[in-house]
Design a protein around this ligand. Structure first.
Ligand SMILES: [Mg+2]
Length: 191
């Protein structure tokens, strides 16, 4: 089984202020549904893997993250684009809210969310991708053998400009999630 692992903030939706605290702060990019529809049509399990350290830091709560994620799904489903699974890590070692103020294997770049997805889907990493806007997304993907794509939306342009300080390089760099979907559809599908 093949899967598309997607970062959320800066990859699927605008990330203007660093933390998405409420539904009003959540805006999909206008190309996101089109991109996710392509992944659905190509039979990739489409799985969101998102760091949400704002929970550990007390900026918002687990129910608020869940509400934003539900809203994201509703917005996408209106355009016939579907997510198969949404995973997120509420942890951060410098947070203030127990029990989330600790290091945790689910926090990217550590690979915990990949292994959580494996409990549900028998995913073959060599057929699968990680798409995100930060070096931690690329590191996460590389650790578990996914092909990695950096998008220049969100923090992606900064990530690319500062790539000398990154531990690992992405396999591909593209403008946005739709460019990634088109690249995969037209050039990489033979994998
Ligand atoms: Mg991001």
């Amino acid at each position: 089984m093949k899967a598309m692992f997607l970062d959320r903030d800066g990859t699927i939706n605008h990330d203007d202020h660093g933390y998405i605290k409420s539904l009003t702060g959540f805006r999909l990019f206008d190309f996101t549904a089109t991109a996710i529809k392509i992944f659905n049509e190509l039979d990739y399990k489409t799985i969101v893997v998102s760091n949400q350290a704002g929970v550990a830091k007390g900026f918002y709560t687990i129910p608020e993250v869940d509400a934003v994620n539900r809203y994201m799904c509703e917005q996408l489903e209106k355009e016939n684009a579907f997510l198969d699974m949404i995973l997120y890590s509420p942890y951060h070692p410098e947070g203030s809210v127990p029990p989330y103020n600790v290091p945790h294997i689910s926090r990217k770049p550590l690979p915990g969310m990949f292994f959580t997805a494996l409990h549900t889907f028998p995913i073959k990493a060599s057929l699968s991708y990680m798409i995100g806007d930060k070096d931690t997304d690329i590191e996460f993907g590389k650790k578990v053998g996914l092909t990695t794509i950096l998008v220049k939306t969100g923090n992606g342009a900064d990530t690319w400009n500062n790539r000398k300080s990154c531990k690992v390089m992405p396999d591909f760099v593209v403008e946005n999630l739709l460019s990634a979907a088109i690249l995969i559809k037209t050039h990489l599908q033979t994998k």
